[in-house]
Every structure is written in C-alpha cells, then in structure tokens.
Write a protein that binds this ligand. Sequence first.
Ligand SMILES: [Zn+2]
Ligand SMILES: [Zn+2]
Length: 155
Amino acid sequence: MHTFHGQCQCGAVRYRVQGEVATVFACHCRECQRQSASAFGMALWVRQAQLTLLQGSVQRWQRHTPSGRVMNCDFCPQCGTRLFHRTSGSADVLSIKPGTLDDAPVWQPVAHIWTASAQVGWQPPAGALCYPGNPPTWEPLLQAWRDHAAACGQP
Ligand SMILES: [Zn+2]
Ligand SMILES: [Zn+2]
C-alpha cells in the first residue's frame, strides 16, 4: 500500500496518508488565492479513512460556499498552515493541501479550475485539463489522475 506523509509549516501537526489518490488539481478561484495567499490553491483528494493524524491537533474554520454548502477548513493552531478541507454533502472527500506533503514537488495537478480568475500571465501547462469555473462533473479529473498515476507510478 502507498504511504506518504505531510506536516504544517512549524511541524506541530504531522499526518500520514495511505492508499490511492483520487485526483490532484489546482484552483484559481479568489477564495483559493486568498487562502493560499498566492496565485492558486491545490487539492489532493483522498477518502477520510485514509488520513491519520500522527502528531498535534488541528483547529477548524468554516465558510459557506455559494452553492449553500459548508466547507470545514482545518489548520495548525500554532503556525496557521491550512492542511485539510471537507465540504458538507461530500463528507467522504478529504481534500489535502499538497504543498504540505513531504514530497510536495512530485504532485503535479492534472487539471486547473477557475482559470477565468487566474493570475495575469498564467499559462496552462501542456496537457492539463482546464475549466473556466467549476467542472460540470469531476469524473474527467479522476480519470486524468488515474491515467497520470499509471504512467508515473504514483498512488
Ligand atoms: Zn504548525
Ligand atoms: Zn478555489
């Protein structure tokens, strides 16, 4: 079984993920830009049961999405690093911030969403799926990750 680890910026929170990854994508919406304090946010999707907190504990901030859902946003109370998102209505999808993984540079997003609000000058990488807003369905992003993972030997 694949196992990989991550932590917040200060190291107070460490976690482990086991098993297959559903997809990895980048989001260029204004919420993700503010949350990441950067050009875009990233998401790595697994199931809730695949996550184990090894050290420390998280604090939660909630926000309401335009579609009427509640997004639970977990962060390190010491350093403020955002680690995990879960949205009501799709409670078994755990979205991990892949920049917090120990091997962060290897997790290449297969899709870019909300490109309509992408930073000026940003160019989509060759071969990546792109959507101006939310994708109509997530299946193409899941399939693109399965193809990418099979080619690269990633979980
Ligand atoms: Zn921390
Ligand atoms: Zn976003």
